[in-house]
Design a protein around this ligand. Structure first.
Ligand SMILES: [Zn+2]
Length: 431
């Protein structure tokens, strides 16, 4: 895979001229940068403020206010002039797979080594950051074991560029319920998830995943979705209640939330009964399930874009599921779930050469206002991660994760697919 590199000669960094160089560019936590935002999208309200100053000290924002005021009191800070642009918090994609490249799944598991896949994952992480995603929740490596923990560590140490990552490592599914399947029984095939049966073994598996660095536990709650005569999308639950509850209980004991892949009614129902924190995909969400999610404060990662892309040889149900999701999305917004929808794309399920920010446009077309759509990838996703004090907002105290776009995302969210400038943790992303 190759990702286009864009140059960024258009922004200027102007240093104050009266101070000696060492004082102008102090290192580490003392470094101060003042970003001038032509417009600043305030995700807490529903508007934008003109000509704002964002003061960054080290990796955090220390002050936000009218540019003239902030500039007057901080004459020695490095300046970044984004007065032609609209600045927003860095985006969060709460459902990615940096270990997938959008090509044939079996081919990736059978013909690519984990070291090779990790090289691709490094490139995917870089692409995510370039698209403006400063945080991702990467929901399992699809057979690449715990290598997501290594990618995360390398990013945290500054070895490679990339978003801050919350990782799920291997994910859990029962025997026979996750690819690769359908091969001769004489072959010992690799699997895209950790295959475990029985409550005690599942507790052990959760402990093992946490031991090796899982921030989240990902579980496949169902499989084989099908349309019923009642017009609902049904599915086969993967677990006994005892098993699924053991996973959630053990994860909770270890301080790890659980994300459940669930497409049909039965899978979503089982996941909600077990007490998971997020439903992934949720194609078959119905009003009764939505009301339970609102009551339980469970988030939904809709992954809309991936299901709408043209796909050669796709099963006929695919188009029906895309229609179902469109309807479910509109219903969810109307039923009070707008704050519980966290931006999630399944990127990697499609190539990282395609911009996951295309997802924004679908949310707007399916019933959200632009600011609601922006909140899915900022406020809402930050709350899902339990990190809303750190990410998803531009305010004193939060990490300095910023993006700049041309145009007005409050009237047209598709401008979010053209991010011109990215800062993560106070560091401007060079590209
Ligand atoms: Zn996924």
């Amino acid at each position: 895979m190759r990702f286009p590199r864009r140059t960024s000669t258009w922004f200027t960094v102007a240093l104050a001229t009266t101070m000696p160089l060492a004082a102008q560019t102090p290192t580490g936590a003392e470094r101060r940068v003042l970003v001038r935002a032509g417009r600043l999208v305030d995700v807490a309200s529903d508007g934008a403020k003109a000509d704002q100053g964002i003061l960054i000290t080290g990796d955090r924002i220390t002050r936000v206010g009218p540019y003239a005021e902030v500039a007057a009191s901080t004459p020695n800070a490095e300046r970044v002039d984004l007065s032609r642009f609209t600045v927003l918090p860095g985006f969060i994609d709460a459902h990615t797979h940096v270990f997938l490249d959008g090509t044939d799944y079996a081919n990736q598991l059978l013909k690519q080594s984990i070291p090779y896949r990790t090289i691709e994952a490094v490139t995917a992480a870089r692409a995510a950051l370039d698209y403006g995603f400063t945080t991702i929740r990467d929901l399992e490596t699809e057979g690449a074991m715990y290598a997501d923990v290594d990618v995360k560590t390398a990013i945290d140490r500054g070895v490679i560029p990339g978003p801050r990552m919350f990782v799920a490592t291997r994910a859990l599914a029962p025997t026979g319920m996750y690819p690769l399947t359908g091969y001769s029984w004489e072959l010992d095939m690799p699997a895209g998830a950790q295959l475990v049966d029985g409550a005690d073994n599942l507790r052990r598996a959760v402990r093992e995943q946490v031991k090796y660095g899982a921030d989240w536990i990902k579980v496949y709650a169902d499989r084989d979705a099908y349309m019923g005569d009642d017009g609902r999308l049904h599915s086969w639950p993967n677990w006994t209640d005892e098993e699924l509850k053991a996973i959630v209980d053990e994860a909770r004991r270890l301080g790890r939330p659980v994300a459940a892949h669930a497409r049909g009614w039965e899978g979503i129902d089982a996941a909600l009964r077990a007490g998971v924190q997020s439903i992934e995909h949720g194609d078959g969400l119905t009003p009764d399930l939505m009301d339970r999610m609102v009551k339980q404060r469970v988030y939904w990662c809709p992954t809309v874009y991936v299901g709408t892309r043209p796909q050669a040889g796709a099963p006929p149900l695919r188009a029906t599921m895309a229609d179902l999701k469109r309807k479910a999305f509109g219903d969810a917004v109307r039923r009070g779930m707008a704050e519980l929808i966290a931006f999630g794309t399944d990127a990697g399920g499609f190539s990282w050469t395609e911009n996951p920010a295309l997802e924004f446009g679908f949310y707007a077309r399916y019933g959200m206002t632009p600011i609601q759509a922006i909140r899915t990838a900022t406020t809402n996703a930050a709350k899902l991660l339990g990190r809303d004090k750190d990410v998803g907002a531009i305010a004193a105290g939060t990490l300095a994760d910023l993006v700049a776009v041309d145009g007005d995302p409050l009237t047209d969210v598709t401008v979010l697919t053209k991010v011109k400038w990215v800062m993560k943790g106070g560091t401007i992303s060079q590209r």
